[in-house]
Design a protein around this ligand. Structure first.
Ligand SMILES: [Zn+2]
Length: 61
C-alpha cells in the first residue's frame, strides 16, 4: 500500500473522539498518526494501519 508522509487516511474504525481521518506524520515499522479531530498523536504498526485504511487522501501540489 502506497502511504506517504502528509497523506490523510480515512479509516474504517473511528477514533474515540468520533473522527475517522488521520494525518501521517512518520512512516516506518510503526506509523505515527495525528487525529484530525482531537489532535492526539499515536503510533500504530504498519500492518494494523493498512488493514484499517478505507481511503488515502492526498493533496496534489
Ligand atoms: Zn481523535
Amino acid at each position: 500500500m502506497d502511504i506517504q508522509i502528509g497523506d490523510r487516511l480515512e479509516m474504517k474504525k473511528a477514533h474515540p473522539c468520533g473522527n475517522r481521518t488521520f494525518e501521517v506524520l512518520r512512516i516506518g515499522m510503526d506509523f505515527r498518526l495525528r487525529c484530525t479531530g482531537c489532535g492526539r498523536e499515536f503510533l500504530s504498526p504498519r500492518h494494523n494501519i493498512e488493514k484499517h485504511v478505507r481511503q488515502i487522501k492526498r493533496e496534489e501540489l
